[in-house]
Design a protein around this ligand. Structure first.
Ligand code: NDP
Length: 336
């Protein structure tokens, strides 16, 4: 069977590719250019015979995925801008996320009759209500939706992070609406992970251009943070676990039409700093000390019971994930 993964060059996609390749699927992945394809060939060289590529220069072009979906048996849509600083929110965040999603679904409906399931990488961003802040005692689950309005998100002066969260919300809603309206031959499953951490399965060419969630961790160990920054999102998941969750969401009949919060547990940047200082004493002076071993403050929690029960997911805890991630950063620092 052949699976199409959109945005194969991404941090999350690298592990989505691995989850399907190790299961024996053939994987075709979309990239924006040849250079990205070459990087994936390098990082996934062990599976080169199962891999193929389709160039889709702009995710939003009507019919842009028509060729890429032909002959595939399933689709995993991960491509979406995850950047928090953009010149303008609507063209750089909202439009590619939303139209990118509906265009992929439209191409599947037209040209991929064998596809019964499309899994979409959504986000906790589409669940959280940022206006509620730390929300002590609240437990977020699949029933929650980020309430930011399109008008608010599209304003130029709205922060990139608020607009990014809204882009994921509207893209996910648009996917469910597409199915409702067009009644295609396939069902969708959406996964909503909070911060995704872990060693990168793709080639990192520069520590100055890391994907957004990896950069969040690297700045805690490269001397640029003097204080422990405010924790941006109080939940995390391992990138390898998230890759596995995509494969399970694809294979599980029960997951049709479902939304899953794909989260390990609560954590804080203080805990991340504690782990780095303990496991990598040579970095100690570059990592803010804060209040070592401070208990987690009273903040919202993320309910992961649905994905554990229905997809049998078991999630790695924070310590080994941060350890593996930092070890990889140190290796790259030494090599460059
Ligand atoms: P990356 O920045 O590493 O990957 C993003 C991917 O999307 C890349 O393949 C990128 O292609 C592609 N992409 C972005 N914008 C466009 C566009 N306009 N047209 C075509 N392709 C585009 O980020 P992640 O791997 O972290 O993110 C992957 C998915 O996971 C996203 O949907 C994101 O919202 C979601 N997610 C990530 C979380 C995290 O903590 N990392 C948390 C929750 C959800 P290119 O390489 O060419 O730029």
């Amino acid at each position: 069977k052949t699976i199409l993964v959109t945005g194969g060059s991404g941090f999350v996609a690298a592990e989505v590719l691995n989850a399907f390749l190790t299961r024996g699927y053939n994987v075709r992945t979309t990239v924006r250019n040849e250079a990205s394809a070459n990087k994936i060939k390098k990082s996934h060289s062990k599976y080169i015979n199962q891999l193929s590529f389709a160039i889709v220069k702009d995710i939003q072009i009507p019919g842009g995925h028509d060729e890429a979906v032909k002959g595939v048996d399933g689709v995993i849509h991960t491509a979406s801008p995850f950047v928090l600083q953009v010149e303008d929110n609507e063209p750089y965040l909202l439009k590619p996320a939303i139209t990118g999603t509906t265009e992929v679904l439209a191409s599947v409906q037209k040209y991929a009759p064998n596809v019964k399931r499309v899994v979409i990488t959504s986000s906790f961003a589409s669940i959280v209500d940022n206006s509620q802040g730390l929300r002590p005692g609240y437990i977020y689950s699949e029933k929650d939706w980020n309430p930011t309005t399109y008008e608010e998100a599209a304003k130029k002066e709205t922060s990139g992070s608020v607009s990014y969260c809204a882009s994921k919300t509207f893209a996910e809603k648009a996917a469910f609406e597409f199915v409702e309206k067009n009644k295609p031959n396939f069902a969708i499953t959406t996964l909503c992970p909070p911060m995704v951490y872990g060693p990168s399965g793709s080639v990192i060419t520069s520590l100055d251009h890391l994907n957004t969630s990896s950069a969040e961790i690297y700045r805690l160990m490269n001397g640029s943070s003097k204080e422990v920054p405010d924790t941006a999102v109080w939940g995390f998941v391992d990138v390898r676990d998230l890759g596995e969750a995509h494969a399970r969401a694809f294979e599980s009949p029960e997951a049709a039409g479902q939304r899953y919060q794909a989260s390990s547990s609560g954590y804080s940047y203080q805990q991340v700093c504690d782990i780095i200082r303990k496991d990598f004493p040579e970095k100690k002076d570059l990592v803010p000390e804060g209040t070592p071993n401070a208990p987690l403050p009273d903040v919202y929690k993320l309910d992961n019971s649905k994905i554990k029960t229905e997809l049998g997911m078991v999630f790695k805890p924070l310590e080994p994930i941060i350890h593996d991630m930092v070890a990889q950063f140190i290796e790259i620092e030494k090599a460059t």
